[in-house]
Design a binder for this molecule. Structure first.
Ligand SMILES: C[S@@+](CC[C@H](N)C(=O)[O-])C[C@H]1O[C@@H](n2cnc3c(N)ncnc32)[C@H](O)[C@@H]1O
Length: 328
Protein backbone atom coordinates (compact mmCIF):
# COMPACT_ATOMS: atom_id res chain seq x y z
CA UNK A 1 0.00 0.00 0.00
CA UNK A 2 1.27 3.44 -0.81
CA UNK A 3 2.21 5.69 2.05
CA UNK A 4 2.23 9.43 1.55
CA UNK A 5 4.51 11.27 3.90
CA UNK A 6 3.29 14.72 4.79
CA UNK A 7 5.37 17.36 3.11
CA UNK A 8 7.65 19.45 5.25
CA UNK A 9 6.11 22.81 5.74
CA UNK A 10 8.01 26.07 5.81
CA UNK A 11 9.14 27.34 9.20
CA UNK A 12 6.31 29.10 10.99
CA UNK A 13 7.03 32.79 11.19
CA UNK A 14 3.47 33.90 11.71
CA UNK A 15 2.38 36.41 14.32
CA UNK A 16 -0.76 35.97 16.40
CA UNK A 17 -2.69 38.84 14.84
CA UNK A 18 -5.91 37.18 13.79
CA UNK A 19 -7.30 37.12 10.27
CA UNK A 20 -10.29 35.34 8.77
CA UNK A 21 -11.57 31.93 9.70
CA UNK A 22 -10.84 29.17 7.18
CA UNK A 23 -14.55 28.91 6.40
CA UNK A 24 -14.76 32.66 5.65
CA UNK A 25 -11.76 32.39 3.44
CA UNK A 26 -13.10 29.44 1.49
CA UNK A 27 -16.52 31.08 1.36
CA UNK A 28 -15.11 34.34 -0.01
CA UNK A 29 -14.15 32.40 -3.10
CA UNK A 30 -17.17 30.12 -3.44
CA UNK A 31 -19.59 32.94 -2.51
CA UNK A 32 -18.37 34.96 -5.44
CA UNK A 33 -19.03 31.95 -7.61
CA UNK A 34 -22.62 31.72 -6.40
CA UNK A 35 -23.33 35.41 -6.95
CA UNK A 36 -21.90 35.72 -10.39
CA UNK A 37 -23.95 35.43 -13.50
CA UNK A 38 -22.13 32.62 -15.19
CA UNK A 39 -19.49 30.01 -14.52
CA UNK A 40 -17.40 31.57 -17.29
CA UNK A 41 -17.35 34.99 -15.62
CA UNK A 42 -16.46 33.26 -12.38
CA UNK A 43 -13.57 31.46 -14.00
CA UNK A 44 -12.24 34.68 -15.52
CA UNK A 45 -12.36 36.57 -12.25
CA UNK A 46 -11.46 33.91 -9.83
CA UNK A 47 -10.01 30.95 -11.61
CA UNK A 48 -8.78 28.92 -8.70
CA UNK A 49 -10.02 25.45 -8.06
CA UNK A 50 -11.48 24.78 -4.59
CA UNK A 51 -9.18 21.81 -4.11
CA UNK A 52 -6.15 23.97 -4.96
CA UNK A 53 -7.29 26.51 -2.40
CA UNK A 54 -7.59 23.83 0.27
CA UNK A 55 -4.09 22.56 -0.55
CA UNK A 56 -2.64 26.07 -0.28
CA UNK A 57 -4.36 26.75 3.05
CA UNK A 58 -3.21 23.38 4.39
CA UNK A 59 0.35 24.11 3.29
CA UNK A 60 0.43 27.53 4.94
CA UNK A 61 -1.07 26.35 8.24
CA UNK A 62 1.17 23.24 8.14
CA UNK A 63 -1.67 20.74 8.40
CA UNK A 64 -2.96 17.99 6.09
CA UNK A 65 -5.77 19.00 3.73
CA UNK A 66 -8.25 16.91 5.74
CA UNK A 67 -7.67 19.30 8.65
CA UNK A 68 -8.81 22.26 6.53
CA UNK A 69 -12.04 20.45 5.74
CA UNK A 70 -12.59 19.24 9.30
CA UNK A 71 -11.82 22.58 11.00
CA UNK A 72 -13.50 25.39 9.10
CA UNK A 73 -13.71 27.33 12.38
CA UNK A 74 -9.92 27.52 12.66
CA UNK A 75 -8.76 31.14 12.75
CA UNK A 76 -6.01 32.14 10.31
CA UNK A 77 -3.49 34.75 11.41
CA UNK A 78 -3.27 37.91 9.32
CA UNK A 79 0.14 36.83 8.11
CA UNK A 80 -1.15 33.40 7.05
CA UNK A 81 -4.01 35.08 5.24
CA UNK A 82 -1.63 37.36 3.36
CA UNK A 83 0.58 34.44 2.34
CA UNK A 84 -2.43 32.43 1.14
CA UNK A 85 -3.68 35.41 -0.88
CA UNK A 86 -0.27 35.73 -2.49
CA UNK A 87 -0.25 32.01 -3.37
CA UNK A 88 -3.80 32.31 -4.74
CA UNK A 89 -2.60 35.11 -7.04
CA UNK A 90 0.24 32.91 -8.27
CA UNK A 91 -2.20 30.07 -8.90
CA UNK A 92 -4.53 32.47 -10.72
CA UNK A 93 -1.54 33.25 -12.96
CA UNK A 94 -1.50 29.52 -13.78
CA UNK A 95 1.59 28.64 -11.76
CA UNK A 96 1.28 24.92 -10.92
CA UNK A 97 0.50 24.15 -7.27
CA UNK A 98 3.57 21.88 -7.13
CA UNK A 99 5.88 24.83 -7.88
CA UNK A 100 4.10 27.11 -5.39
CA UNK A 101 4.50 24.65 -2.53
CA UNK A 102 7.72 23.10 -3.95
CA UNK A 103 6.56 19.48 -3.67
CA UNK A 104 4.79 16.73 -5.59
CA UNK A 105 3.75 13.24 -4.58
CA UNK A 106 4.87 10.36 -6.82
CA UNK A 107 4.61 6.63 -6.15
CA UNK A 108 3.62 7.36 -2.55
CA UNK A 109 6.70 9.50 -1.85
CA UNK A 110 7.10 13.22 -1.52
CA UNK A 111 9.45 14.85 -4.06
CA UNK A 112 10.91 18.32 -3.92
CA UNK A 113 10.45 20.07 -7.27
CA UNK A 114 11.35 23.47 -8.66
CA UNK A 115 11.42 25.34 -11.97
CA UNK A 116 14.38 23.22 -13.12
CA UNK A 117 12.52 19.92 -12.78
CA UNK A 118 9.47 18.60 -14.53
CA UNK A 119 6.56 17.99 -12.16
CA UNK A 120 6.24 14.19 -11.92
CA UNK A 121 3.07 12.92 -13.64
CA UNK A 122 0.91 10.05 -12.37
CA UNK A 123 1.17 8.17 -15.70
CA UNK A 124 4.95 7.91 -15.21
CA UNK A 125 4.31 5.58 -12.27
CA UNK A 126 3.76 2.91 -14.98
CA UNK A 127 7.49 2.81 -15.72
CA UNK A 128 8.18 2.17 -12.04
CA UNK A 129 5.56 -0.62 -11.95
CA UNK A 130 6.94 -2.24 -15.10
CA UNK A 131 10.54 -2.11 -13.88
CA UNK A 132 9.62 -3.52 -10.46
CA UNK A 133 7.66 -6.32 -12.17
CA UNK A 134 10.71 -7.25 -14.22
CA UNK A 135 13.06 -7.06 -11.23
CA UNK A 136 10.78 -9.32 -9.20
CA UNK A 137 10.78 -11.88 -12.00
CA UNK A 138 14.58 -11.99 -12.20
CA UNK A 139 15.81 -14.08 -9.34
CA UNK A 140 19.40 -13.84 -8.25
CA UNK A 141 20.75 -11.83 -11.10
CA UNK A 142 23.19 -8.98 -11.13
CA UNK A 143 21.27 -6.05 -12.55
CA UNK A 144 21.92 -2.40 -13.31
CA UNK A 145 19.09 0.11 -13.73
CA UNK A 146 19.90 3.37 -15.54
CA UNK A 147 17.35 6.22 -15.51
CA UNK A 148 18.08 8.59 -18.40
CA UNK A 149 16.76 12.15 -17.89
CA UNK A 150 16.04 11.70 -14.21
CA UNK A 151 14.66 15.20 -13.43
CA UNK A 152 13.62 15.24 -9.76
CA UNK A 153 14.80 11.60 -9.55
CA UNK A 154 11.22 10.38 -9.11
CA UNK A 155 11.55 7.19 -11.19
CA UNK A 156 14.90 5.85 -9.96
CA UNK A 157 14.28 6.88 -6.32
CA UNK A 158 10.90 5.14 -6.32
CA UNK A 159 12.46 1.97 -7.77
CA UNK A 160 15.37 2.06 -5.31
CA UNK A 161 12.95 2.69 -2.45
CA UNK A 162 10.70 -0.21 -3.43
CA UNK A 163 13.61 -2.60 -3.78
CA UNK A 164 14.38 -2.19 -0.09
CA UNK A 165 11.45 -4.60 -0.02
CA UNK A 166 12.70 -8.14 0.70
CA UNK A 167 10.47 -9.68 -1.96
CA UNK A 168 12.99 -8.40 -4.49
CA UNK A 169 15.54 -11.17 -4.47
CA UNK A 170 18.23 -9.87 -6.81
CA UNK A 171 21.44 -10.23 -4.91
CA UNK A 172 23.01 -7.23 -6.55
CA UNK A 173 21.29 -4.15 -7.87
CA UNK A 174 23.08 -1.04 -9.08
CA UNK A 175 21.30 2.22 -9.80
CA UNK A 176 22.38 5.11 -12.03
CA UNK A 177 20.64 8.29 -13.13
CA UNK A 178 21.69 10.89 -15.69
CA UNK A 179 20.46 14.34 -16.62
CA UNK A 180 21.74 17.17 -18.78
CA UNK A 181 20.55 19.72 -16.21
CA UNK A 182 22.88 20.15 -13.25
CA UNK A 183 20.14 22.01 -11.35
CA UNK A 184 17.75 19.07 -11.82
CA UNK A 185 20.45 16.62 -10.68
CA UNK A 186 20.96 18.65 -7.48
CA UNK A 187 17.26 18.32 -6.66
CA UNK A 188 17.35 14.59 -7.51
CA UNK A 189 20.28 14.11 -5.11
CA UNK A 190 18.39 15.96 -2.35
CA UNK A 191 15.33 13.78 -2.94
CA UNK A 192 17.44 10.61 -2.84
CA UNK A 193 18.87 11.69 0.50
CA UNK A 194 15.41 12.48 1.86
CA UNK A 195 14.31 8.94 1.00
CA UNK A 196 17.53 7.29 2.24
CA UNK A 197 18.59 5.89 -1.13
CA UNK A 198 21.39 8.38 -1.85
CA UNK A 199 24.05 5.75 -1.19
CA UNK A 200 22.43 3.36 -3.67
CA UNK A 201 22.14 5.68 -6.69
CA UNK A 202 24.96 7.26 -8.71
CA UNK A 203 23.81 10.54 -10.25
CA UNK A 204 25.74 11.46 -13.40
CA UNK A 205 25.71 14.65 -15.38
CA UNK A 206 25.67 14.38 -19.17
CA UNK A 207 23.90 14.00 -22.48
CA UNK A 208 21.72 10.86 -22.23
CA UNK A 209 24.12 7.89 -21.80
CA UNK A 210 27.31 9.91 -22.41
CA UNK A 211 28.43 9.36 -18.81
CA UNK A 212 28.94 5.76 -20.00
CA UNK A 213 31.31 6.77 -22.79
CA UNK A 214 32.31 3.36 -24.13
CA UNK A 215 31.09 -0.24 -24.19
CA UNK A 216 33.89 -1.12 -21.75
CA UNK A 217 32.20 0.97 -19.07
CA UNK A 218 29.01 -1.04 -19.37
CA UNK A 219 30.90 -4.32 -19.37
CA UNK A 220 32.73 -3.21 -16.25
CA UNK A 221 29.39 -3.02 -14.45
CA UNK A 222 29.59 -6.80 -14.68
CA UNK A 223 25.84 -7.40 -14.66
CA UNK A 224 23.65 -10.06 -16.27
CA UNK A 225 20.80 -7.65 -16.92
CA UNK A 226 20.75 -4.05 -17.96
CA UNK A 227 17.54 -2.08 -17.57
CA UNK A 228 17.31 1.40 -19.13
CA UNK A 229 14.32 3.55 -18.16
CA UNK A 230 13.64 6.90 -19.79
CA UNK A 231 10.97 9.55 -19.71
CA UNK A 232 12.77 11.94 -22.03
CA UNK A 233 11.31 15.06 -23.65
CA UNK A 234 8.85 13.73 -26.25
CA UNK A 235 6.36 16.47 -27.08
CA UNK A 236 6.20 17.46 -30.74
CA UNK A 237 6.06 21.17 -31.56
CA UNK A 238 2.31 20.91 -32.22
CA UNK A 239 1.50 19.14 -28.94
CA UNK A 240 3.81 21.44 -26.96
CA UNK A 241 2.06 24.51 -28.39
CA UNK A 242 -1.33 23.03 -27.48
CA UNK A 243 -0.30 22.22 -23.90
CA UNK A 244 -1.90 24.22 -21.05
CA UNK A 245 -0.44 27.59 -19.97
CA UNK A 246 0.52 26.01 -16.61
CA UNK A 247 2.91 23.78 -18.56
CA UNK A 248 4.19 26.21 -21.22
CA UNK A 249 4.78 29.16 -18.90
CA UNK A 250 6.27 27.34 -15.94
CA UNK A 251 7.75 23.93 -16.72
CA UNK A 252 11.19 23.75 -18.42
CA UNK A 253 10.77 23.42 -22.18
CA UNK A 254 14.03 21.45 -22.25
CA UNK A 255 12.26 18.74 -20.21
CA UNK A 256 9.27 18.50 -22.54
CA UNK A 257 9.95 19.36 -26.14
CA UNK A 258 11.90 17.31 -28.65
CA UNK A 259 12.59 17.93 -32.37
CA UNK A 260 11.56 15.56 -35.12
CA UNK A 261 7.92 15.16 -34.01
CA UNK A 262 9.04 14.61 -30.44
CA UNK A 263 11.36 11.71 -31.28
CA UNK A 264 14.81 13.33 -31.54
CA UNK A 265 15.83 12.45 -27.96
CA UNK A 266 14.73 8.81 -28.26
CA UNK A 267 16.48 8.41 -31.62
CA UNK A 268 19.71 9.80 -30.13
CA UNK A 269 19.32 7.43 -27.18
CA UNK A 270 18.91 4.45 -29.56
CA UNK A 271 22.10 5.48 -31.40
CA UNK A 272 24.01 5.60 -28.12
CA UNK A 273 22.60 2.26 -26.91
CA UNK A 274 23.47 0.59 -30.23
CA UNK A 275 27.12 1.62 -29.86
CA UNK A 276 27.27 0.73 -26.19
CA UNK A 277 25.91 -2.77 -26.54
CA UNK A 278 27.79 -3.70 -29.71
CA UNK A 279 29.79 -6.39 -27.93
CA UNK A 280 27.52 -6.75 -24.92
CA UNK A 281 26.39 -10.24 -23.95
CA UNK A 282 23.85 -9.57 -21.18
CA UNK A 283 20.13 -9.06 -21.57
CA UNK A 284 18.89 -5.51 -22.11
CA UNK A 285 15.40 -4.14 -21.43
CA UNK A 286 14.40 -0.56 -22.20
CA UNK A 287 11.27 1.11 -20.84
CA UNK A 288 10.31 4.38 -22.53
CA UNK A 289 7.42 6.71 -21.78
CA UNK A 290 5.88 7.95 -25.03
CA UNK A 291 3.10 10.14 -26.32
CA UNK A 292 0.25 7.88 -27.54
CA UNK A 293 0.36 9.07 -31.17
CA UNK A 294 4.07 8.12 -31.41
CA UNK A 295 3.47 4.36 -31.16
CA UNK A 296 3.99 3.49 -34.85
CA UNK A 297 6.87 5.90 -35.38
CA UNK A 298 8.70 4.59 -32.30
CA UNK A 299 8.19 1.05 -33.56
CA UNK A 300 9.78 1.97 -36.90
CA UNK A 301 12.70 3.66 -35.14
CA UNK A 302 13.30 0.67 -32.86
CA UNK A 303 13.32 -1.69 -35.86
CA UNK A 304 15.81 0.58 -37.63
CA UNK A 305 18.33 0.44 -34.76
CA UNK A 306 17.53 -2.95 -33.19
CA UNK A 307 16.06 -5.20 -35.91
CA UNK A 308 16.06 -8.27 -33.66
CA UNK A 309 14.51 -6.63 -30.61
CA UNK A 310 11.16 -7.62 -29.17
CA UNK A 311 8.86 -4.57 -28.91
CA UNK A 312 5.76 -4.25 -26.73
CA UNK A 313 3.50 -1.31 -25.95
CA UNK A 314 1.45 -0.81 -22.79
CA UNK A 315 -1.59 1.39 -22.23
CA UNK A 316 -2.04 3.71 -19.27
CA UNK A 317 -5.14 3.94 -17.05
CA UNK A 318 -6.75 6.26 -19.59
CA UNK A 319 -6.31 3.51 -22.21
CA UNK A 320 -3.65 5.48 -24.09
CA UNK A 321 -0.39 3.98 -25.39
CA UNK A 322 2.12 5.17 -22.83
CA UNK A 323 5.05 2.79 -22.39
CA UNK A 324 7.23 1.11 -24.98
CA UNK A 325 9.18 -1.97 -23.82
CA UNK A 326 12.15 -3.06 -25.93
CA UNK A 327 14.11 -6.16 -25.06
CA UNK A 328 17.00 -8.09 -26.57
C1 LIG B 1 10.19 14.64 -19.31
S1 LIG B 1 11.43 15.10 -18.13
C2 LIG B 1 11.35 13.69 -17.08
C3 LIG B 1 11.79 13.92 -15.68
C4 LIG B 1 11.56 12.71 -14.77
N1 LIG B 1 12.31 11.56 -15.20
C5 LIG B 1 10.09 12.35 -14.72
O1 LIG B 1 9.73 11.26 -15.14
O2 LIG B 1 9.28 13.17 -14.27
C6 LIG B 1 12.88 14.90 -19.08
C7 LIG B 1 14.20 15.09 -18.36
O3 LIG B 1 15.24 14.80 -19.29
C8 LIG B 1 16.28 15.75 -19.14
N2 LIG B 1 16.99 15.85 -20.42
C9 LIG B 1 16.64 16.54 -21.53
N3 LIG B 1 17.55 16.36 -22.50
C10 LIG B 1 18.49 15.52 -22.00
C11 LIG B 1 19.69 14.95 -22.52
N4 LIG B 1 20.08 15.21 -23.76
N5 LIG B 1 20.40 14.15 -21.72
C12 LIG B 1 20.01 13.88 -20.44
N6 LIG B 1 18.88 14.39 -19.90
C13 LIG B 1 18.13 15.19 -20.67
C14 LIG B 1 15.58 17.03 -18.73
O4 LIG B 1 16.49 17.89 -18.08
C15 LIG B 1 14.48 16.48 -17.82
O5 LIG B 1 14.90 16.43 -16.49
Amino acid sequence: MKFVKHIKYKKNTTTCTSGSRISDFLFSYSARKKNLLSEMTYKKLNNIDHLDLEILIAYVIKKPREFVLAHPERQLTQKQELIIKNYVKRRQNKEPIAYIIGHKEFYGLDFEVNKHTLIPRPETEMIVDETLGLLRSMLRNKTAVIDVGTGSGNIIISIANQTKDLRITNYELQFFATDISKSALNIAKKNAKEHHVDKKIKFLWGNLLKPFPEPKKLTELNVNNLIIVANLPYLSEKIYKESPKDVQNFEPKSALYSDNKGLAHYEKLFQQIKLLIASYQSSVTIFLEISPEQKNKIQTLVKKYFPKAEIKFKKDLASKWRVCVISF
